[in-house]
Design a protein around this ligand. Structure first.
Ligand code: SAH
Ligand code: SF4
Ligand code: F3S
Length: 457
C-alpha cells in the first residue's frame, strides 16, 4: 500500500528542488513521481523558485512552439546562477529525450544545462544530480520497455486535493505521422492493475473525489497475469467500483480502439463521468490516411453514433490539427463539416508543426503556407466557439452536479467546479468547501463557462 508523503512534514535537508512542468497531463503526473523519488532521498520540494538549489524543467516536444518556450525559460533562468552558486538546472521529459546531449552543449546560445534525464530515467535522478554536482556529464536518456514506476507513490505537491491523475500506462506505438511521442516516450506498456487500485484507494483515503486515468491510448491498456487478461474496460470498472462517490475520468481514447464494450461499462457505473475525449485530428479520410491514424471519417462517425446511442447526452471533445501536409481547401472544409456533424462540446486546436524524425517529416512536405494554416486554424476555432456556445446554451435550465475545486479566479465570492460533462461551472459561495458535490441550476453561459445558482434541497 503506497504511503502518501505530506510535503509539509518532510524534514528539510539542505537541498531544495523546484520542478516546473510543461506539456500534457502525463508530464504533470511524472513530475509527481520525480518529487517522490527526490523526497525519498531527503530533498525538499521548494514552493518558490528563488529558494531552489536544483531547478528541474519537465518539458514537452509536441510542437516547435512548446520547445521554444522551454528554451526561452532556460535562457531566462541563467541569471539565478549568480545569486545561487552551485545551482543545478536539469531538463527532464520529452525534450530531454529528443535532444539528448545537444542540451548539454548549448552554452554558446546562452543556455547552460547541467543535467538531462529522459522519461524512463527518473529513478536515476539522485545519482545524476550527484554527477552534475561533481562536474561530470550527467545524462540518462535510455528508454525502457517495462518501466512504469508502479511502486512509486506520487507526491501530489501541486494538486488542490480534489482531483488527481493516475498514469495507467506509458509510451505509445501508434506512430501517427505528425507525432513525436513514440520517439520521446518509447514502447507502450501497461501498469499492474493492483498498483492502480492501491493508488486510487490511497487517494480516496486522503479525501480525493476525482481521478483521471491517463495514457496516450488508454483503450489499448492490457495486463496479463497467470493467463488472466485485464483490459481497459475491466480496469475502469474496478476503479469505479472502489467508491461510488469517486468520479472517474480517463484520457485519451484512440478512435480506432474505443469499443462498445467500454461504452457499456461507462453506462453501468454512474460515477464514471459521461465525457469522452476522442481526438479526430482531421475530418478528411485522405488526410487521416496521410496522418497514419488508421480510421476513416466514416469509421470515426460510426464511433460517435455508438457513443450517442449507448450514452445519450455524453459530452464529446476532440483535438484538431490545421494545415497538415498536403491539406487542400476541400479537405479543410471536411474538418469543419465533421465538427458540425459531431457537435463537439469542446476542442483543443493546433496548427501543424513539423517534428524532426517523425514519419511526416520523412515522407511528406510541410507545404501548407503559414498564412493558410493560420487562417484555417482561425476558422476551426471560430466554428468550435459556435459549437461550444450551442452546447453550453443547451445546459441552461438543467441541474448539474458540480464538484467544487476552489474559488473562481475572477471573483472572490464565487466558487468554481466542474460538472460531470467536464464543463467549468461558476456559482455563488454559500459556505461550500473544496471537494463538496453541489447541485447547481445553470442560469447563464458563455462559450467557455457555465454560470448557475445552488439548488436548495
Ligand atoms: N495521445 C493522444 C494525444 C497526444 S498529443 C492522442 O492520440 O490523441 C495531443 C495533441 O497534440 C494531438 O491529439 C494532436 O492534435 C496534437 N499534435 C500532436 N503532434 C502535433 C504536431 N506535430 N503539430 C500539431 N499538433 C500536434
Ligand atoms: Fe501521438 Fe498518435 Fe500516439 Fe497520440 S496515438 S501519442 S497522436 S502517436
Ligand atoms: Fe508533450 Fe511529451 Fe506529453 S511531447 S504532450 S510532454 S508526452
Amino acid at each position: 500500500m503506497p504511503q502518501k508523503k505530506d510535503i509539509n512534514q518532510v524534514t528539510k535537508v539542505n537541498k531544495q528542488i523546484y520542478i516546473e512542468t510543461y506539456g500534457c497531463q502525463m508530464n504533470f503526473s511524472d513530475s509527481e513521481i520525480v518529487a517522490s523519488v527526490m523526497m525519498s532521498e531527503g530533498f525538499d520540494v521548494a514552493k518558490k523558485l528563488p529558494e531552489a538549489d536544483v531547478i528541474l524543467l519537465n518539458t514537452c516536444s509536441i510542437r516547435d512552439h512548446a520547445e521554444q518556450r522551454v528554451l526561452n525559460r532556460l535562457r531566462e533562468l541563467q541569471h539565478l546562477r549568480k545569486k545561487r552558486p552551485g545551482l543545478i538546472i536539469g531538463v527532464l521529459g520529452c525534450m530531454a529525450e529528443r535532444l539528448k546531449s545537444d542540451l548539454l552543449e548549448g552554452e554558446d546560445k546562452g543556455i547552460r544545462v547541467d543535467m538531462v534525464a529522459g522519461p524512463d530515467a527518473y529513478r536515476q535522478l539522485p545519482q545524476l544530480l550527484m554527477d552534475a554536482e561533481s562536474g561530470q556529464k550527467a545524462i540518462n536518456v535510455l528508454l525502457s520497455a517495462d518501466e512504469t514506476y508502479a511502486d512509486i507513490s506520487p507526491v501530489r505537491y501541486a494538486a488542490g486535493g480534489v482531483s488527481a491523475f493516475i498514469s495507467i500506462m506509458r509510451g505509445c506505438e501508434n506512430f501517427c505521422a505528425y507525432c513525436v511521442v513514440p520517439f520521446t516516450r518509447g514502447k507502450e506498456r501497461s501498469r499492474n492493475p493492483e498498483s492502480v487500485l492501491s493508488e486510487t484507494r490511497a487517494l480516496i483515503q486522503d479525501g480525493y473525489r476525482e481521478v483521471t486515468l491517463l495514457g496516450q491510448n488508454v483503450n489499448s491498456y492490457l495486463w496479463k497475469d497467470d493467463g488472466v487478461r485485464t483490459g481497459f474496460s475491466e480496469l475502469l470498472g474496478m476503479v469505479a467500483a472502489l467508491d461510488p462517490k469517486l468520479r472517474v475520468r480517463f484520457a485519451t481514447s484512440h478512435p480506432k480502439d474505443i469499443s462498445d464494450n467500454l461504452l457499456h461499462r461507462m453506462a453501468e457505473y454512474p460515477n464514471i463521468c459521461k465525457a469522452i475525449h476522442l481526438p479526430v485530428q482531421s475530418g478528411s479520410t485522405a488526410v487521416l490516411s496521410r496522418m497514419n491514424r488508421k480510421y476513416t471519417r466514416t469509421d470515426y462517425l460510426d464511433r460517435i453514433r455508438a457513443i450517442k446511442e449507448i450514452l445519450p447526452g455524453c459530452a464529446i471533445s476532440t483535438d484538431l490539427i490545421a494545415g497538415f501536409c498536403g491539406e487542400t481547401e476541400e479537405e479543410h472544409m471536411e474538418t469543419l463539416s465533421l465538427m458540425e456533424e459531431v457537435g463537439y462540446d469542446f476542442a483543443f486546436m493546433f496548427k501543424y508543426s513539423e517534428r524532426p524524425g517523425t514519419l511526416a517529416a520523412k515522407k511528406h512536405k510541410d507545404d501548407v503556407p503559414e498564412k493558410v494554416k493560420t487562417r484555417r486554424l482561425n476558422e476551426i476555432i471560430e466554428k468550435q466557439q459556435q459549437l461550444s456556445l450551442i452546447s453550453n446554451q443547451q445546459d441552461i435550465g438543467s441541474v448539474q452536479e458540480v464538484l467544487v475545486e476552489g474559488r473562481s479566479k475572477r471573483s472572490e465570492d464565487q466558487l468554481m467546479g466542474r460538472a460531470e460533462n467536464n464543463k467549468v461551472v461558476i456559482f455563488p459561495d454559500e459556505s461550500f468547501s473544496q471537494g463538496d458535490y453541489v447541485k447547481v441550476e445553470i442560469t447563464a453561459c458563455s462559450s467557455a463557462t457555465l454560470k448557475g445558482i445552488p439548488v436548495k434541497e
